[in-house]
Write a protein of this length. Structure first.
Length: 326
């Protein structure tokens, strides 16, 4: 009989899917690493389990303990699934700009959800970074995950996502394109691919209101770059330790409007019902098309599922209210 012992054993080995209509103007073969096939419907399942397993080995979390994490939704989902299987409590701290669906889904899998304001400084006591740390200090037998600086985040992608892409493309991958938030995916996958072939180019997708692109190009952390933005799951107003800028060849920035519009386009033109960061990654890839030739194999990673955004990017009334649709 062929079966898994629990839901966590279904994580990984996600398919590569060719992008057809939206990549028609790109000379290269464009393949999507389709991470919604993970049980929590996102790439974050991989690192969530890895971070917990490493914390268990290091004695940072004890049986019956509480896991606490600031999340834009998807890491919280991966952690929540692992917490259920392993017998931990889960507290997710989330910013109020995230979709209602993400908050509802986290509660549906038994997590306590604490909602914090988005439009505050990272070191403000109300921010979701500060609130996560405070709750961990106040809660007995708890562990604060800190996906931004936790090395197990990037390690998960170095050990699983990167090798999968290399094997699936038979070592022919020439470019890897992905949205950057905590930095774990781009750094882990990028490190593995460049070790196999130093000529592989690694491109990060950033958003306006985030510091990554300018910092990569100038080494300057410019606070004037920081302002609230709608796009979910990518960009930061901090520099997470998991972003290894030495591995990244460049960034391109995508507007909130383009990210939202291309999220809809992926669903309507490719049958790919995906999250907001996939729209940003698809538009970013199109902005980079002069870097690709007919002999290239471009892999773009799509993080999460469209069900998280039904009230936002897939709601035309919301899109009109944002000025994203005429």
């Amino acid at each position: 009989m062929d079966y898994k012992n629990n839901i966590l054993e279904t994580i990984g080995n996600t398919p590569l899917v060719k992008i057809n209509k939206l990549a028609a103007d790109i000379p290269a073969l464009v393949l999507a690493k389709y991470e919604t096939f993970n049980p929590g419907n996102s790439v974050k399942d991989r690192m969530a389990v890895k971070m917990i397993e490493d914390a268990e080995k290091e004695g940072k979390i004890k049986p019956g303990g509480t896991i606490i994490e600031g999340t834009s939704g998807n890491t919280g989902m991966g952690l929540a699934l692992a917490a259920i299987v392993k017998g931990y409590k889960m507290v997710c701290v989330i910013a109020d700009k995230q979709s209602k669906e993400k908050i509802d889904i986290l509660r549906a899998v038994g997590s306590e959800v604490v909602v914090c304001p988005t439009d505050v400084e990272p070191d403000d006591p109300r921010s979701y970074y500060s609130t996560s740390k405070r709750l961990a200090e106040e809660t007995p037998n708890s562990w604060y995950v800190n996906q931004y600086d936790n090395p197990s985040n990037a390690k998960a992608h170095y050990e699983s996502t990167g090798p999968e892409i290399w094997k699936q493309t038979e070592g022919k991958v020439t470019h890897f394109v992905v949205g950057v938030g905590t930095g774990g995916t781009i750094s882990g996958v990028g490190k593995y691919l460049k070790e196999q072939n130093p000529d592989v180019k690694v491109w990060g997708i950033d958003t306006y209101g985030s510091v990554f692109k300018k910092y990569h190009e100038t080494g300057i952390f410019d606070e004037k770059e920081i302002y609230p933005y709608v796009t979910e799951g990518i960009g930061e107003d901090i520099l997470p330790k998991n972003v290894d800028f030495s591995i990244i060849d460049g960034f391109t920035k995508v507007t909130d409007k383009d990210a939202a519009v291309y999220t809809q386009k992926l669903a309507k033109e490719e049958g790919m019902f995906l999250g907001n960061s996939a729209g940003a990654a698809m538009k970013g890839l199109l902005q980079l098309k002069e870097h690709f030739t007919k002999d290239d194999v471009v892999v773009v990673l799509f993080h999460d599922h469209g069900s998280r955004y039904v009230g936002k990017m897939f709601n035309d009334d919301w899109m009109k209210a944002q000025g994203f649709l005429d």
